[in-house]
Design a binder for this molecule. Sequence first.
Ligand SMILES: [Zn+2]
Ligand SMILES: [Zn+2]
Length: 379
Amino acid sequence: MSKFHRYKDRDVELDSSKQFRLGEGKISGYCSVLLGALSLLGVLAYLFPSYLTTTELRQVYDAETLQNVLKYGMYFSLFFGGITFVLKKFRSLGSIGIGLTVVAFLLGGYKVPVSDVEPMHLSLGVDWLILAFLGSAFIFVTAEKLFPKYKNQVILRDEWGLDLFYFCFNHLAISAIILYGNYHASHFDWAISASVQESIQSMPILLQVGLIVLCADFVLYWEHRLYHEVSWLWPVHAVHHSVENLDWLAGSRGHFIQVFSERAMVMIPLYLLGADQTALNIYVAFAALQAVFIHCNLGINFGPLKYVFVTPQFHHWHHSSEKPAIDTNYSAHTILFDWMFNTMHLPREYWPADYGTTKPLPKTYLGQMFYPLQQFYKK
Ligand SMILES: [Zn+2]
Ligand SMILES: [Zn+2]
């Protein structure tokens, strides 16, 4: 079928009013607000760690070292805010940034003492939100600026605010997601085999990681395929497909039912394999980075590797509304199962010309949350 499809290049018009240019004060203004907001959140996390930090994440970082990061964040927010006044442009953004940082200072700033934390069952992942945002914004925005697929696509593209909201929600809900995932996996106790787990643990770490990747990919492939091919499940997943400009933030868009179910399903193979904690940590880091990476606006040529791993080109085709690409490329990590089950669409050097769903979805968070229900009652 794809033989008869005419591939076109996608046109992205440059909206220069949304561009960031040096010397205009706009970059400083946005940096000031961003760092001010993150600093304030950071101080709140130091003040109320039981409620605003994640037990699993606290074991990985050192809270005292991160106070230095907070210190620089606060001073840079003031510095960037000051620049907007020097340039006499975007002073309102500068004022908001400075205001947020002043509140952060008044609440104790980077000097709030690090205290012992009483672990809670449920908390908000403010620490996870801050670290993931700083890390992914830095790595992926830099990469997108250096190697863009669509040069004219701006950082503040259409609906970036909506996707930022999804990003915040998904990260704040991390402890609820883990709690639900563990509860879900505990129903599979009957399938645990001590001898299988022992032999897996005796394997070299990288082999364990490879095994986890393949098992997780198999579960994610079928979960994803069901979301596409079972008609009453599609409206839930359609929210993820409603984004029309893919970048580092776009992958965050997803109905909370999908976010929770995806993590819960992938927890089953992780739980049953019983691999070494190091192997698990490597897999979690790999999966988290790859999930952002494959949505990025990145035109890097991966050579033969694109026939092994899911790359931006592969997953961009999954988001295309062009006929030969519909219901293809379900895999999350490697392309193995799409290749095996004949659902792969990767036409050499071509990229999609059209993105999004064939039927338009509501453009607001609440509209998208209720979209599945609305579709259900329509039938
Ligand atoms: Zn999909
Ligand atoms: Zn996607």
